[in-house]
Design a protein around this ligand. Sequence first.
Ligand code: 3SL
Length: 242
Amino acid sequence: MKLFVYHTPELTPTDKAPECAIAVDVLRATSTIATVLASGGEAVQVFSDLDQLIEVSEKWPSEKRLRAGERGGAKVAGFELGNSPLDCTPELVEGRRLFISTTNGTRALQRVQDSSNVLAAALINRAAVVQFLLEKQPETVWIVGSGWEGSYSLEDTVCAGAIAHSLLEQTQLSPEELAGNDEVISAIALYSQWQDNLLGLLHQASHGQRLLRLDCLDDLKYCSQTDLLDVLPIQHETGVLK
Ligand code: 3SL
């Protein structure tokens, strides 16, 4: 298995696709997606365009759908939900499909949607993602961070490092054998440095600070936990994760 980390959708190659691609948006889209599925949501359908989301979701019975929209960290007016995983309780989401559009996370998922296996990963479901990789043994794996509007984000890189670190612990591979690019080595170093204080790292991250200004400390606390949910969001048809 060769692992590649790309910090943003923009830095991800466009001329090829890996056997397995993992989109990461720890704050907060992939944390929300994992939570919805762990809470019994029927599926999560991802859109970059809000108008398209509204058009497609209109075709679903209203009692079977939820619309979640985030722009700049805030909830989109008229939608039931923003992008807080804490709102995705079993009481609310069970049996319903979540139609979601967020600033960066949905772009990362769309960037890799042509790969044979597309997963959504966050710190909270890291173990389930690693288990899939160990069982499936894909030859090439890309981890694509969402970043923030085209730039690097600490929280997505530390999640990439958490996945790589766990793979190293559970295989005979050396870092040089696993890493397909230098970004993997630096992601492992970041995770090794911060693994006992991931909440502290999220406090330092620029998007973590943005969310703190929006009063979302509980979201940071929730998203900083590792291996909390045994759930593997995997793409079944383009843009639909189950
Ligand atoms: O950019 C995104 O996709 C979001 O996850 C950002 S936020 O955490 O909802 O503000």
